[in-house]
Design a protein around this ligand. Structure first.
Ligand code: PMP
Length: 394
């Protein structure tokens, strides 16, 4: 017997996928050429499986801020926000995030994962209730595990199911925190946010919206799905990450409730970890300014989204979402065809994401494309041609 015995099924599943050639999980990226191109398996490919939605990772202005900060402040803060890890820049980024939403408070965490962990586990305490969408990201489920609230899971994107569960709570619904995402990254689908808001209001509950994949993508100033639907006044907490549209690493929770500040005193994933490095904060501040100011990046991303969704539709693929968005998830009948698609795309110079059970909802086998404002019209043509080659081969 060994502590490692329990990993045998996972090791077997991985070996199954990656026996020959470039592995489709934890694929080594040998070099980065631009925000849209890299080297995999020794060849130049279009990166169509990143979360670099606005392509800001290599933006000269963003890099310059990071470099200046790195040289002045050094590589790390070496401490927690509660001890020696609160520099002016951390507080400035929090003020800038709060100002973008027009809210009194925002807190910065070291990753988006920790932002969910630290917000969910802390906001919903021992006598409270958490209502989670069944397709929630692992960081949301882990937040529930770290905290002490009673957790109730409702059916994915189903406000009527949530309504029934809140009805059963009666007046306790005023101590219930509902968590939904602005864009679900596996299937690329969006929640019926206005319906969720209506249910939340009627029961006097609270709503946390994880805009990890929707921040920078939706809304006139890129704040996410709540902004796009004119529902910012109806959301109690927004969680976001710096690791997708903002091109860095870190996360945040922002709120129209000034009492969010109290969370700094109680949130373990905020208190017991080192704060983000100054260079990452500086890069994020510059990226945030770019996102909020507009600058045409979102329009470029949406042009690419419309082009890809139209093409995939014309090829007759079944997609995970009927509403176009930055993630296009192609549902394939089984693991073998998903793997063959993934390999076929790579051979045609396009890196996408293979997603298979147990990582996927409903046991689906998926090939995921995520788009970027950094994809040029030529990149888009090549991505679509690569699918055309697969169709011909089928
Ligand atoms: N929430 C959601 C919905 C996510 O998809 C992710 C990352 N995949 C996170 C939170 C965590 O963000 P980060 O990678 O910044 O830790």
């Amino acid at each position: 017997m060994s502590l490692f015995d329990k990993f045998a099924p996972l090791a077997a599943a991985r070996a199954d996928l990656g026996a020959h050639g470039t592995p489709p999980v934890a694929t080594p990226i040998e070099d980065i050429i631009s925000a849209a191109e890299g080297v995999i398996g020794g060849r130049r490919v279009i990166l169509a499986g990143t979360n670099n939605y606005l392509g800001l990772t290599l933006e000269p202005e963003v890099i310059a801020s990071a470099r200046e900060s790195l040289e002045h402040f050094g590589t790390g803060t070496t401490g927690s926000r509660m001890a020696n890890g609160s520099y002016h820049a951390h507080a400035s980024l929090e003020r800038e995030l709060a100002a973008a939403y027009g809210w009194p408070s925002a807190m910065v965490f070291s990753t988006g994962y920790q932002a969910n962990l630290g917000s969910i586990a802390t906001l919903a305490g021992k006598d409270d209730f958490l209502l989670l969408d069944s397709d929630s990201h692992a960081s949301i489920y882990d937040g529930a595990r770290l905290g002490a609230a009673q957790t109730i899971v409702f059916r994915h994107n189903d406000p009527a199911n949530l309504d029934r569960r809140l009805t059963r709570l009666g007046s306790d619904a005023s101590r219930a925190l509902i968590v939904v995402e602005g864009l679900y990254s596996m299937l690329g689908d969006q929640p019926p946010l206005a319906d969720f808001v209506e249910v939340k209001r009627r029961h006097g509950a609270w709503l946390l919206l994880d805009e990890a994949h929707s921040f920078g993508v939706f809304g006139a100033t890129g704040l996410g799905l709540a902004e796009a639907h004119g529902l910012l006044d109806d959301v109690d907490f927004v969680v976001g990450t710096f690791s997708k549209s903002l091109g860095g690493i870190g996360g945040f929770c922002a709120s129209p409730h000034a009492e969010l500040e109290l969370m700094r005193l109680a949130s373990r994933p905020y208190i017991f970890t080192a704060s983000p490095s100054p260079a990452v904060i500086a890069a994020t501040r510059t990226a945030l300014a770019r996102v909020v100011a507009g600058s045409g990046l979102r329009q470029r991303l949406w042009n690419n989204i419309d082009k890809l969704y139209d093409a995939l539709d014309s090829f007759g693929y079944r997609l995970g979402s009927d509403k176009p968005g930055p993630v296009a998830a192609i549902i394939l009948p089984d693991r073998e065809s998903a793997l063959a698609h993934w390999r076929g795309l790579l051979e045609n110079g396009v890196y996408a994401n293979l997603m298979v059970p147990p990582a996927t909802p409903k046991g689906l086998n998926l090939l995921r494309i995520s788009l970027s404002a950094a994809h040029t019209p030529e990149h888009m043509d090549r991505i679509i041609q690569a699918f055309g080659q697969l169709q011909k081969a089928a």
